[in-house]
Design a protein around this ligand. Structure first.
Ligand SMILES: Nc1ncnc2c1ncn2[C@@H]1O[C@H](COP(=O)(O)OP(=O)(O)OP(=O)(O)O)[C@@H](O)[C@H]1O
Length: 780
């Protein structure tokens, strides 16, 4: 069975969209904050879950509307709704979505250099492309051509026709053409009209600058990306090169085109790899890296094309927004498109707006990370220390101030105010370095508050001190009307903290959640959104529902030769690992490289010890150094190489095979356990059989695997584990059970994401109603 078959099975089984891991903490930017980690709102609330379930159902019903562009798009203020994909006019769409997606037709690879003086023929068979998901349909289903594909094929032919004209031209001619295109785009000509020439230019630049001429399938992928699709391209099919097409085209209007990927390493690698193409066309490239300061970020965003991580794009958006608010410009910004036109001197936003974003590893960014909002805390660690120390300092001296001499109390407002002598006293008191760096006005305020608390807030009257949940004593307010304890309530304006200082308790400086945004909101703010991934088909429904981006499955350039070997199921991890080691030994003896993926570091180490015990030399890859990891994985295809890696190794790394290895049958991948999302498994599998290379993979399972606990519940998992302990041979027929468990886990994560989405939606709606900014006025 080939990998293609596997993908088809997934669609057939109606698998729910994928996800990974259990609920992650929200992500906070390391460089700027070091501040707050706040859990996503009340994901645990059952009521909300039910509500979300209801939403899910409603959404399913609403999907037909969405596809025809009538459903409301939930976008933040100032943003343009993400363009709704064109309605799908194929009459059999509804029926087709439940249809089994047919295997991709295998046609000869498009590797021929373009014939001199003649455009290469457009070799794409229309039936080779499929949009997938709830509105799934094959492009050539039911005997009718899909109109979208007919149009795209026409475009492909137009691009091809330009090739003989461009080929003899000099590099500077190409550049001039590129400049002319930019003028036309800036003058308002529709990008769709410029597409054929723009794509032909990029293809020619790719051929000249990198020796890589975009394949026809990549061109079609590129066209679909321009039209706001998620292009599902198998691992190793050249997403990096494909991305240059829509990025170049969208960059022409001068509003910036962003490529969002999963980590700094990939952002840099891809940008640097593709830069010769952009340079040839006179297009500047910027790279955002996490440690960058505001100046270099601004410069990178100022480039025509900007590569960076989704997280950094999110944090920059939030920081800009905070800045705009500080400068009282948020009102204007909220009315506009979120960028451009800032002429003030001094601090300026780093982003130019959110015009087009192409999301690489779209399922990972748009789905997996969608459960963790990006949060910027308003208080940095040093500032927090300073605040705490000032509270203590003010409290220590509060009893030394005399009424009328050092301070007065306003009879009406009950406000405390220092007199000139009082202020003089504040200045004269000894202070630590941290307190000294606090502004004088602040010191007066802290002092006035401390005096008030000293005189008016009495222990066991207004409040009591009790051991709190976290084992530390805390202040609990006594309700002045009922005399009962008002659990969980806090005084505002620093009074609560001043009382904590007075009682010498831990001071609960608020985290000051300054700004937050969910991944959904972030990407829906872009005027145009598209994505690429190796494994979107199973998430197609979710992607379409949330982002209005239909998924298009792009066929491989060459026929896939990856072989799936039958799953093996064992009673326990021990017997499973023994069988794995046996398989490694057998394949290793042939010289074929073997890549073994594990779910956790400790398991990779166990396997490593077992391999060592039988004298098989191998590399273990569980380090956090992504750059080094990529290097090790890149070498994993060499003769006799054995690599044990955690799933991190499954992403974004190209494993090149020598002719000798190809002749031997390519690389063999061993998956030692199922991940929470089938997609992660497929990423690992995708390390072999790239670009039509031969390769094979096998899934190993055991009855004590974590997936059973997550998917079937602890009771059932325990029973299976006990049964497994008694087993002496493999039970391969149990494999289906594991896939079912995986689907259940995926479903649960899907629901979690929907709950978050629901809460965020409600919160934003409520905040807008009361005139707040949903990104900045976030509740702690
Ligand atoms: N048009 C082309 N001509 C020649 N080589 C190509 C072409 N397109 C892609 N390649 C090669 O294919 C390999 C895979 O490319 P790339 O890493 O972009 O794949 P990918 O789809 O991003 O894979 P993954 O999902 O694993 O990250 C690279 O070695 C690249 O050089």
């Amino acid at each position: 069975m080939t990998d293609q078959d596997t993908g088809r099975d997934d669609v057939r089984s109606g698998r729910q969209p994928d996800s990974i891991d259990s609920a992650d903490p929200p992500i906070v930017p390391p460089a700027k904050s070091g501040q707050t980690i706040v859990q996503p709102p009340a994901a645990e609330q059952t009521r909300a879950t039910e509500q979300a379930d209801a939403d899910v159902d409603r959404n399913s019903d609403a999907e037909a509307d969405t596809a025809s562009g009538t459903a409301p798009v939930d976008t933040a203020p100032g943003s343009q709704p993400t363009p709704t994909p064109p309605a799908d006019p194929t009459p059999s769409a509804e029926a087709a979505e439940r249809k089994v997606v047919q295997p991709t037709e295998i046609i000869p690879a498009d590797t021929s250099p373009s014939p001199a003086g003649g455009a290469p023929p457009a070799t794409i068979a229309p039936e080779r492309f499929q949009t997938v998901g709830t509105k799934s349909m094959s492009i050539f289903s039911g005997g009718g051509f899909h109109p979208k594909m007919v149009r795209w094929k026409r475009m492909l032919a137009e691009i091809g026709e330009l090739e003989p004209t461009l080929k003899p031209e000099s590099d500077s001619d190409l550049r001039k053409r590129s400049l002319a295109l930019r003028y036309r785009a800036m003058a308002g000509e529709k990008l769709g009209k410029l597409l054929p020439e723009a794509y032909a230019l990029v293809r020619e630049a790719g051929r000249r600058a990198l020796g890589m001429r975009h394949y026809d399938v990549q061109m079609i992928g590129g066209i679909s990306l321009f039209e706001s699709h998620i292009a599902e391209m198998q691992t190793g099919e050249g997403k990096t090169l494909t991305a240059t097409l829509p990025l170049y085209l969208h960059s022409l209007v001068g509003k910036g085109a962003h490529l969002a990927t999963v980590n700094d390493y990939l952002a840099k690698r891809d940008a640097e790899w593709m830069t010769p193409i952009y340079t040839m066309l006179g297009v500047s490239v910027g790279i955002i890296q996490t440690p960058d300061d505001q100046g270099s970020r601004r410069k990178s965003y100022g480039s025509a094309v900007t590569y960076g991580t989704a997280k950094e794009f999110g944090f920059d958006f939030l920081r800009d927004r905070l800045l705009l608010r500080a400068q009282n410009r948020i009102q204007t910004e909220m009315l506009g498109d979120g960028g451009g036109g800032f002429s003030d001197s001094g601090d300026k936003p780093v982003m130019r707006g959110m015009h087009f974003c192409l999301v690489d590893e779209a399922d990972s960014i748009l789905i997996d990370e969608a459960r963790t909002p990006l949060i910027i805390g308003s208080i940095e660690d040093t500032v927090r220390d300073q605040i705490v120390e000032t509270y203590r300092w003010a409290s220590e001296h509060a009893s030394e101030y005399e009424l009328d001499e050092h301070f007065t109390i306003d009879d009406d407002t009950k406000q405390y105010e220092l007199t000139a002598r009082g202020r003089q006293k504040v200045r004269a008191l000894p202070k630590s370095n941290l307190v000294r760096t606090m502004g004088l006005v602040d010191l007066y305020e802290y002092t006035e508050r401390a005096i008030k608390v000293f005189r008016e807030f009495l222990l066991d009257r207004q409040y009591v001190v009790r051991p709190g949940d976290k084992g530390v004593d805390e202040i609990v307010i006594v309700d002045e009307f009922t005399g009962r304890l008002a659990e969980g309530r806090k005084w505002r304006d620093g009074i609560h903290q001043a009382i904590e200082a007075k009682e010498n308790l831990e001071i609960s400086v608020p985290t000051g959640q300054a700004a937050r945004i969910t991944v959904q909101d972030l990407f829906l703010r872009y005027n145009h959104l598209a994505g690429m991934t190796g494994t979107a088909a199973t998430s197609a429904r979710e992607l379409r529902r949330i982002y209005r981006t239909p998924v298009l499955r792009v066929p491989t350039n060459r026929p896939p030769q990856r072989k799936r070997l039958a799953d093996r199921v064992f009673g326990s991890m021990d017997s499973k690992f023994k069988a794995i080691v046996d398989e490694v030994k057998t394949i290793h003896e042939t010289g074929r490289p073997v890549l073994i993926g594990t779910r956790s570091i400790d398991k990779s180490e166990i396997l490593s010890r077992m391999l060592q015990a039988i004298g098989i030399e191998h590399q273990v890859l569980n380090a956090n150094n992504v750059a080094m990891e990529a290097e090790i994985v890149a070498d994993a295809g060499q003769h006799g190489r054995v690599t044990v890696a955690t799933n991190m190794a499954g992403r974004g790394t190209d494993i090149k095979l020598s002719d000798e290895i190809v002749d031997l049958g390519g690389m063999h991948v061993i998956c030692t356990e199922l991940h929470d999302a089938a997609r992660i498994d497929r990423q690992l599998i995708g390390r072999c059989g790239r670009q039509g290379d031969p390769g094979s993979y096998r899934q190993y399972l055991s009855l004590d695997d974590d997936i059973l606990k997550g998917g079937l519940g602890p009771d059932k998992a325990e029973k299976l584990k006990a049964r497994g302990e008694r087993l002496t041979s493999s039970v391969d027929s149990y494999a289906k059970l594991f896939r079912r468990a995986q689907r259940k886990v995926e479903k649960k994560h899907f629901r979690d994401r929907m709950v978050l989405l629901h809460h965020e939606k409600e919160r934003k709606k409520m905040q807008r109603e009361i005139g707040q900014d949903p990104y900045l006025d976030t509740p702690d």
